[in-house]
Design a protein around this ligand. Structure first.
Ligand code: FES
Length: 129
């Protein structure tokens, strides 16, 4: 089972979905992983309270890029208000493999940038995560 998830993550890393520019867009934001300095940005188009489309840009390790790619597919069509409150468990469950404490910020970088763009909460996740 683990191999399946690893292949899934590698596939998203090698062929990231929804990466690039989105013009026009309604919301945008960028965040970095303080442990490594890697940066990720997002542009989001909103229609009728839903995420109609989004694109990520930036760079990072395989986990961060794959997580953003996997999350992007789930976020399309989601209510904007719901996207702004998604928790770490949502992202970690989507990844489906054990994530060590040191890679946790990598795994959550994509969700961090989305939450920042949607809710303005740039402090998530807190230092304890
Ligand atoms: Fe930088 Fe993972 S090492 S985001």
């Amino acid at each position: 089972m683990d191999d399946l998830y690893r292949d899934h993550i590698l596939d998203h890393y090698k062929r990231p979905r929804n990466f690039g520019e989105l013009d026009p867009h309604d919301l945008a934001g960028s965040e970095h992983n303080p442990l490594c300095g890697d940066e990720l940005a997002v542009q989001i188009r909103v229609k009728d309270g839903l995420i109609e489309d989004l694109r990520f840009q930036g760079q990072g390790c395989a986990i961060s890029q794959a997580a953003a790619s996997i999350a992007s597919e789930e976020l399309k069509g989601m209510e904007l208000s719901a996207a702004g409150t998604l928790g770490a468990d949502w992202m970690l469950e989507l990844l489906g493999i054990p994530i060590s404490a040191t890679r946790r910020k990598c795994a959550l970088l994509g969700l961090k940038v989305v939450r920042g763009a949607v809710s303005g909460d740039h402090d998530w996740p807190s230092g304890s995560l």
